[in-house]
Design a protein around this ligand. Structure first.
Ligand SMILES: [Zn+2]
Length: 576
């Protein structure tokens, strides 16, 4: 009853676009339905400047919404892809809705005033649709408002900001379709921080510069970032995200390494300049929304003022990418190198805990300080791989075709059976998480051996050319040692299990025969026994050692099925 009574007043409010009494000022955030209705109303009232569309679906079952706005209002695919697009993603963590409310304010102000030139503003109003429907008062235990908000997990309890490579959710498929439709120059994912307390209301994750193409990294570091930090200085002085080196910021902070599983790690694979805004969790909600709003307006202003500079940096990055001989895959922090940055903190103080009796940390607001702190922001590549001309994916693994198509990766089918000289990987070793991580038992520390050999490929096997604008996505997913490879995310686990075994009493005679005939094998076997006492006392281990060297042992175990070649296969007839 109450709802029916309230509803007409609510409708009046959201249709009144000149209203300035955004609900965030009252420590509230819009529900999913209210948010989408507001964008539909914008599109209805300003059809020459905006459009609202639905692209793809979500695990919750509702479509993914996309709102576009520009001064010229031309949203043909050609115009979109030839212009500067900024894509803003809100509510991937619906408990952190600053961006949801900031973008509504931003649209309202632009539409009732002036829309900046030279830029198409694209907004995903709320990305985690399932989480946004799971509203509650309290799941962000350390956050200061709003009074009610959505939940971090989506309808399948996935953290969508870990899903951009493994693609377990429909939301991610929708995002990939939107991203490749827009080909944005700039991407922003809006969040609220966790962790330390300090004076700053806004912190920023810039896509990690060392793993970025050098031309784009230089432009971001020397031109765009200084502009953004300076623009924010008066109202919301900004610092990099406080990923602390030790317990508190005063001991320094570490540049956040967003691997491809994260939204900005993914978008940056395609040379899109990418940011995560992290408004500070303990600041009042209106302050967090304002800080997010200000950051977005400054970034859009930069895009309006310097469209050619952004285009030139991205074009150079793309050209250089195609000329590279090697691709760096995995990265490690170099703790011997750091910058110092000005920082406004609160003194960290320790006192006995009333709960545990142990020492506890608190940040004393009566002791604010300003000092320079260390910013460890230098990562070095710990692995690199020579860029092949093609990967070849046996058609048995064709469920990746959806991922290839969704990410607009060119791929072909072999027209006939074909022997090819390729490199294949043997998986030698890896570490696996002992409990599930985002629905997977993620592998890491993957060790491989490369085998160059002739391999028979079948008609219909999938051939993927590498030297194109998706080069980094292709290699980050198909090189098994890469931190977010499909192998790491368990998609090739079937190859890690031996299928045939032996009965020891039957194999005994064959093993004895093998040793009799092969002096080298016998020498190796005896050396192994001499050097390893547990091996020397374990008869099964000894027989298994010999079994693995016998013709009975299967060659497919631990053989990574995706092959690669450095040869030119243009002569081979390929079917699309
Ligand atoms: Zn977040």
């Amino acid at each position: 009853m109450l709802k029916q009574f309230i509803f007409p007043f609510f409708l009046f409010f959201i249709f009144d676009l000149s209203a300035q009494q955004d609900i965030y000022l009252n420590n509230e955030t819009y529900t999913y339905e209210e948010t989408i209705q507001i964008y539909k109303n914008f599109a209805e009232k300003f059809p020459k400047k905006t459009t609202y569309m639905e692209k793809g679906s979500s695990d919750f079952g509702l479509p993914m919404s996309l709102f576009l706005m520009s001064e010229k209002g031309d949203f043909s695919k050609e115009t979109i892809q030839s212009q500067h697009v900024i894509l803003i993603n809100n509510g991937i963590h619906p408990g952190e809705p600053c961006g949801v409310d900031a973008c509504i304010k931003l649209c309202r102000e632009y539409l009732n005033g002036k829309i900046p030139k030279n830029v198409i503003i694209a907004i995903i109003p709320i990305y985690n649709i399932g989480g946004a429907h799971n509203r509650n008062c309290c799941s962000r235990a350390n956050q200061n408002g709003p009074v009610e908000y959505g939940f971090r997990g989506n309808a399948k309890n996935l953290d969508l900001n870990r899903d951009f490579i493994k693609t377990d959710s429909k939301n991610t498929r929708a995002f990939q379709a939107i991203f490749h439709y827009l080909k944005p120059a700039v991407f922003v994912d809006t969040h609220t921080s966790n962790g330390a307390d300090y004076q700053h209301s806004m912190t920023l994750i810039t896509s990690q510069l060392n793993k970025m193409n050098p031309a784009l990294a230089q432009f971001t570091e020397n031109t765009l970032n200084p502009y953004l930090y300076k623009s924010m200085e008066d109202d919301f002085p900004m610092v990099p995200y406080m990923h602390t080196f030790k317990e508190t910021p005063v001991d320094g902070i570490i540049d956040f390494l967003e691997t491809p599983r994260y939204s900005t790690g993914y978008t940056n694979l395609f040379n899109t300049i990418s940011y995560v805004t992290e408004a500070h969790m303990l600041k009042p909600y209106p302050v967090r929304v304002e800080a997010t709003y200000q950051f977005l307006t400054h970034l859009i202003q930069f895009m309006t003022d310097y469209p050619e500079e952004i285009k030139a940096a991205r074009n150079k990055a793309q050209e250089e990418l195609l000329q590279q001989e090697y691709l760096h895959l995995n990265w490690q922090l170099d703790t011997t190198v750091f910058d110092t940055i000005p920082f406004k903190g609160y003194q960290a103080v320790y006192k006995p805990s009333a709960v545990t009796g142990k020492e506890r940390l608190f940040y004393d607001h009566k002791q604010p300080y300003e000092k320079h702190i260390r910013y460890y922001n230098h990562y070095v590549a710990s692995d690199s791989v020579k860029i092949p001309t093609y990967y070849i994916l046996p058609k048995a693994w064709s469920y990746f075709i959806l991922d290839l198509s969704n990410n607009q990766i060119p791929h072909y089918s072999l027209a006939a059976d074909q022997m090819l000289t390729v490199d294949s990987y043997e998986i030698l070793d890896y570490t696996t998480t002992s409990s599930p991580y985002e629905g997977h038992y993620l592998h890491s520390n993957i060790q491989t051996n490369t085998v160059s050999h002739e391999r028979l490929f079948r008609k219909g096997d999938i051939v993927i050319p590498v030297r194109n604008e998706a080069l980094r996505f292709i290699m980050e997913t198909l090189e098994p040692r890469a931190v977010d490879s499909y192998f790491a995310w368990n998609y090739f686990d079937a190859i890690l299990q031996q299928k045939e075994w032996f009965s020891a009493y039957v194999f005994e005679d064959e093993a004895a025969e093998m040793l009799k005939k092969d002096a080298q094998l016998t020498a190796d076997f005896e050396a192994m026994k001499a050097s390893d006492s547990s091996f020397a006392s374990n008869s099964f281990a000894q027989l298994y050692y010999l079994y693995k060297r016998s013709p009975n042992y299967e060659p497919s175990v631990n053989l990574y099925p995706v092959a690669k070649t450095y040869e030119n296969l243009d002569e081979i007839l390929l079917l699309r």
